[in-house]
Design a protein around this ligand. Structure first.
Ligand code: S3P
Length: 193
């Protein structure tokens, strides 16, 4: 499972991706605290820098402009050394941001099955422009489309719906398994032929 992972992946910034509302920011905060790393929350950084909420940015400048700001912000934070990065749910879907993250970060997909996701989404609409005015079927289609991109993450961790603490614990376990797999000597003490 881990054979395709590049050397040195454990030294990279850890970038959390996944669908809107899955808990990237809250798991990111706990994970960063646990690992003693700085947290970069990309949406919050963009909001601080522009003085506008993500919803206002979408409305006044449009999604392409938001994606450009997102790409620039991600490029800046991945260059900052080891950290935890909470991405917005569309960042890893944008092809050039994804390419950058695959090359420079350890990307962890926080996954919530649709049966649980749909309950989380109630109440998120007001500040998620991509959910506004969409039927449940349309949001499900978006979820399925997004999964195609999220599958390209280096790791996938299924997180519980309402507990960022448990979600963080699961990410830490997945990172630990990855560390063992990367550091373990090949079976038989030599290269596997
Ligand atoms: C988006 C997700 C949002 C935010 C913007 C677009 C997306 O972040 O970046 O509304 O395209 O999925 P969250 O995933 O934190 O909700």
């Amino acid at each position: 499972m881990y054979s395709a992972l590049p050397a040195g992946i454990l030294q990279r910034p850890i970038a959390l991706t996944g669908f809107m509302g899955v808990g990237k920011s809250s798991v990111g905060r706990l994970l960063a605290a646990h690992l003693g790393l700085e947290l970069f929350d990309v949406d919050s950084m963009i909001e601080e820098r522009t003085g506008m909420s993500v919803a206002e940015l979408f409305a006044s400048r449009g999604e392409p402009q938001f994606r450009t700001l997102e790409r620039e912000t991600v490029a800046e934070v991945v260059a900052n050394g080891r950290s935890v990065i909470a991405l917005g749910g569309g960042a890893f879907v944008d092809p050039s941001t994804r390419e950058l993250l695959i090359d420079k970060a350890l990307v962890v997909h926080l996954h919530l099955p649709w049966s649980q996701m749909r309950e989380v989404l109630d109440g998120l609409e007001s500040d998620r422009p991509l959910l506004q005015g969409k039927t449940s079927e349309e949001v499900h289609d978006l979820y399925l489309q997004r999964l195609r991109a999220y599958r390209k993450a280096h790791l996938r961790v299924t997180v519980p719906r309402s507990s960022p603490e448990d979600g963080t614990g699961r990410v830490l376990m997945a990172l630990e398994r990855l560390r063992h797999a990367v550091e373990a000597p090949p079976a038989g003490g030599g290269p596997v032929s």
